[in-house]
Design a binder for this molecule. Structure first.
Ligand SMILES: C[S@@+](CC[C@H](N)C(=O)[O-])C[C@H]1O[C@@H](n2cnc3c(N)ncnc32)[C@H](O)[C@@H]1O
Length: 298
């Protein structure tokens, strides 16, 4: 822990409660938090902000490789989605990815105005909206997109009611027969759920909760699988061998913090191990969740 003050005043007393309130980290303010992170305008703004850029580059590379394989397996590339909407575009890492796969148009939105301004400059033919996806009108509700993507965004809506509203807005953009693709820290095991820490900017929910809100909005789950095995922090604490994944992640992080060369080496090793472990189907960290809106009856 860095710089945290600890109180010796017993909790349960008025003085103890006051001391605890003074010690408590500030509540998560999404707009301020993301505006601050996006000032750097690098993968650290949207990936693991506390880790070196060189490691983040590798984490994104591994996810990209796994995502490409997933899209092929799910036959989502023949034909490729023509109209894509990215929820929480961030730095726009994934925007060229969709164009390279054959998309005609990639629109999106983000909470951080500075990020959206950069995206508009980079992709002038597309539409990028600045705003909170909990608010109406930030995501088009016209059900016109072949593919809507949500990569590590819904975990940052920590209030359950707001999460449900945002999920409804996300779902409303998917056309009949179209897909919603999420990369989120969705938990498969009840035993993995952890209480929300004070000041936390994210939360890992059960897959069942994602299903609840998205199925209520008319989507159906197609498949849930690992987005990576070792190339992100392990969250499935209920898995029998989770200790091994925690050890490998912590070792990589420790090495990466020793400098750019070590960070690149740690990234390479994680990438190699991830390639070996992925075929086993074990899913200790984030998940790829694919939902579909059924075709309208003829
Ligand atoms: C972890 S980053 C992921 C960015 C991008 N999807 C990626 O994978 O590189 C989360 C992004 O979602 C945006 N975001 C967070 N909460 C949001 C909200 N309530 N509405 C819209 N965007 C939000 C942030 O500004 C940030 O760019």
């Amino acid at each position: 822990m860095t710089g945290a003050k600890h109180t010796a005043v017993p909790l349960g007393t008025r003085a103890g409660m006051l001391a605890a309130m003074q010690d408590a980290p500030p509540a998560y303010d999404p707009r301020a938090y993301w505006t601050q992170l996006h000032r750097e305008g690098s993968l650290r703004s949207v990936g693991q902000s506390g880790l070196p850029i060189d490691l983040n580059v590798w984490l994104y590379r591994v996810l990209e490789r796994n995502l490409r394989a997933f899209l092929r397996r799910q036959r989502l590339l023949s034909p490729p989605p023509a109209r894509v909407f990215e929820v929480g575009v961030g730095t726009g890492y994934w925007t060229p990815f969709w164009y390279h796969l054959g998309a005609d148009r990639v629109d999106g939105c983000d909470l951080a105005e500075e990020a959206v301004a950069r995206l508009r400059e980079r992709f002038p033919d597309a539409t990028f909206t600045a705003g909170d996806i909990v608010d109406e009108g930030v995501i088009p509700a016209d059900g016109s997109y072949d593919l809507v993507t949500v990569f590590n965004v819904l975990l940052h809506i920590i209030d359950e009611d707001r999460f449900a509203v945002a999920a409804g807005h996300v779902a409303a953009a998917v056309r009949p027969g179209g897909h919603l693709l999420l990369v989120e820290p969705a938990l498969l095991l009840d035993a993995s759920v952890r209480p929300l820490r004070a000041g936390a900017s994210s939360t890992a929910r059960l897959l069942a909760r994602y299903r609840e809100v998205l199925e209520a909005a008319g989507l159906e789950l197609v498949v849930a699988s690992a987005s990576t095995t070792v190339a992100n922090n392990p969250i499935e604490h209920g898995l029998p061998h989770i200790g091994r994944f925690v050890w490998s992640w912590r070792t990589a992080v420790r090495q990466a913090r020793k400098g750019p060369r070590r960070a690149r080496l740690a990234g390479r090793v994680l990438s190699l191990v991830d390639r070996i472990v992925m075929p086993t189907g074990v899913a200790p960290s984030g998940k790829l969740l694919l939902f579909r809106r059924p075709e309208a009856p003829a």
